[in-house]
Design a protein around this ligand. Sequence first.
Ligand code: H2U
Ligand code: ZN
Length: 340
Amino acid sequence: MTLDLARPHRRFNPLTGGWVQVSPQRMGRPWQGEVAEPDPLPPSYDPTCYLCPGNARVGGEANPAYAGVHVFDNDFPALADEQGGAAVDPLFRAEASAGVCRVICFSPDHGRSLPRLASDQIRQVIDCWADQTAELGQRFAHVQVFENKGAMMGCSNPHPHGQVWATAHVPAEPAGEDVQQRAYMAQHGRALLRDVATREAEGERVVEINADWLAIVPFWAAWPFETLLLPRFPVQRMPELTGGQRDSLAAILKALTTRYDNLFRTSFPYSMGWHGAPFVDGPQEHWQLHAHFYPPLLRSAAVRKFMVGYEMLAEPQRDLTPERAAEMLRAVSPAIHYAD
Ligand code: H2U
Ligand code: ZN
């Protein structure tokens, strides 16, 4: 019997080994587009912002009058650089989690998040991500570059910024992806995400594509407008990207985040971050560098998806199909931001 994807079904996530329940029949009314007023954007400078150039941070230290990207050690780091040992107990087990936490200001302009930065400014952010990864990768097994954006995601400060946390251990999400990618390579002799990029390049889940990069709503997306950003060439870690590949990455990041903002005419909240091969010994060909965007919005700037109930107790569920989400993102402009 063939599976009818218009009726309830589950989809497998080969990166995590998890499943997602898809319930397309519940999609309800067709999407009409939002009629709400566009959200106003923050000013270029906020005297009370702890990330704006020249302003004092909570710890008292002042930011320099920076002009491009600015990196500093998090004043409230979640990880400690010097920590060893383990609590060995079959039930109450613990181990050290040595690491470093830094904050990356993308731009001195308080009001310009990624889609409203010029491509060469986004390129500076990419160079910073790559440099931080290279530097911290010499001391730590995993370097997590991420951006948590928007009040809905618990980020109180609109100043465009991300973070980097480097740890001596490989944390749960990338560790799981390592297992899955390794198993796929062992079975098929090819890298999992290379195969995904090849299979998806012409497909209905594409949101943005250029010569080097591909942004898709993955077949197994759990969040309504989740995307997976994939290179179309083999690469394991961000520092390996060439200048040309960084420029084309800046272009696709700008287009993808512009589409996101235009979808509900709001500065689109999300958590995004990069996964690459861990800095450990041994071959890593099973790894392919990639970024995840996990945005919470569902229907408008105000209506979000909650991962509760069945999702906390059983598995993620979605009504809107990934194919329809990709179509909606393709229907808005990648070039003209609603605020410009
Ligand atoms: P968000 O949670 O808004 O993304 O804040 C980013 C980080 O900035 C957060 O981890 C740090 C917080 O610890 N921070 C500083 O390091 N110094 C400050 O003066 C305020 C915030
Ligand atoms: Zn600011």
